[in-house]
Design a protein around this ligand. Sequence first.
Ligand SMILES: *[C@@H]1O[C@H](CO)[C@@H](O)[C@H](O)[C@H]1NC(C)=O
Ligand SMILES: *[C@@H]1O[C@H](CO)[C@@H](O)[C@H](O)[C@H]1NC(C)=O
Ligand SMILES: *[C@@H]1O[C@H](CO)[C@@H](O)[C@H](O)[C@H]1NC(C)=O
Ligand SMILES: *[C@@H]1O[C@H](CO)[C@@H](O)[C@H](O)[C@H]1NC(C)=O
Ligand SMILES: *[C@@H]1O[C@H](CO)[C@@H](O)[C@H](O)[C@H]1NC(C)=O
Ligand SMILES: *[C@@H]1O[C@H](CO)[C@@H](O)[C@H](O)[C@H]1NC(C)=O
Length: 347
Amino acid sequence: MPSYPYGLSVLLVYARKVIEVAQRTMSLNHDKPSHKPLPPFILDHAPLSHLWSQETWFPSDVSAHLTHVVPQVNFTNTSAAVTFGSISSFGEDVFLTSRDPVEDQPEWMLSSENKPNQTTGRSKAPATIIAVEKGAGILDAFYFYFYSFDKGNAPTILPNMSFSSHVGDWEHSMVRFINSTPTFLYLSAHSGGQAFNHSATQKTFGRATTFIAGGTHANYATPGDHLHGPFNILNDRTDSGALWDVTKNFRAFWFDKDTGVFSLAGGVGRGGFEEAQRCEGVGWLQFKGMWGDQRYPVPEHGQACLDVFGQDECTFDSGPTGPIMKNLGRIQVCQDETNCTVLDSLQ
Ligand SMILES: *[C@@H]1O[C@H](CO)[C@@H](O)[C@H](O)[C@H]1NC(C)=O
Ligand SMILES: *[C@@H]1O[C@H](CO)[C@@H](O)[C@H](O)[C@H]1NC(C)=O
Ligand SMILES: *[C@@H]1O[C@H](CO)[C@@H](O)[C@H](O)[C@H]1NC(C)=O
Ligand SMILES: *[C@@H]1O[C@H](CO)[C@@H](O)[C@H](O)[C@H]1NC(C)=O
Ligand SMILES: *[C@@H]1O[C@H](CO)[C@@H](O)[C@H](O)[C@H]1NC(C)=O
Ligand SMILES: *[C@@H]1O[C@H](CO)[C@@H](O)[C@H](O)[C@H]1NC(C)=O
């Protein structure tokens, strides 16, 4: 159990309610009426996540990330810059490529200032919450976590190497609500993930507790070591490090699974209302390209590749695609629906 002063959070909830009421009375609420608010249960049951206690690559703000990258196709600039306004004009073949050499590890890749405040759980980097109505009383709430850098794991037998690092890192958890009740939890990890019966998960104040692996930011339902990769030679490490409460700072959206259109959501006055003030729009969520550099050829930027039991494993991989490419319209709980097993217990 983390040290999370319950009394203080209750006080904060009341303080926020007072501000909300004041904003409504004074017509200062920045949520325009057209912004359908998120149902409160999406925030009440948002997973609470522990970063690894020795994490070095913290959550990042998408808007800051964009200022440090340039759109490239096949390692060639296609534009001088990218903004929330222009990003949706770039194609699926575009890599948002770091302006700084990746080996320099500039501060924006580490994002250390975004380490969550341990009194409040708030990170300065807003999370991205996307709600998708699926019909028949089903609502999927996606909690997206963005990091400007993913540091790959070292194999247990080669502790000074690391594989599959990349600029940009999108991970998510998803809670499927049936008639407003949290029923399933999906956690992304590497190319796959795990799905659970929500009632099987560990809870903190009634919210599912998740554990984010150091460097790779893969999500798990239990603390400890998680072996993965070819022949399980890679090890994700998680523990009850800094608690991150995404409901304290987020951008919120609706996604219409039939039309593929995003729209702004109101944040029921809890953190999300900041979005309307930023005037960032929703176009950036339509970008289908990659949020980081293209996999470098050997030996650029220190790129090295090894044949690991028949698989080509490199120091650096290509950056990932964003939320729109993560199967938001899924019918099964898992991102990959071909073999979705829902676990009824924490193994
Ligand atoms: C990428 O650039 C390289 C070097 O300029 C070129 O040889 C190659 O054909 C290009 N590939 C594509 C898909 O455009
Ligand atoms: C590509 O864009 C970056 C960032 O603006 C710039 O530093 C670099 O010189 C550009 N490369 C070329 C070949 O123009
Ligand atoms: C964390 O949040 C508390 C409560 O808002 C605040 O008093 C404190 O200064 C914050 N700590 C840091 C390191 O920002
Ligand atoms: C691994 O790195 C550590 C710290 O940089 C160093 O002390 C150690 O000698 C290295 N081990 C190998 C096997 O290279
Ligand atoms: C989840 O587990 C609970 C408790 O074991 C059980 O009652 C419920 O039916 C399960 N839900 C689903 C959707 O399987
Ligand atoms: C489906 O997933 C289960 C559990 O993860 C695994 O044991 C099984 O081998 C998988 N089946 C296929 C066909 O991938």
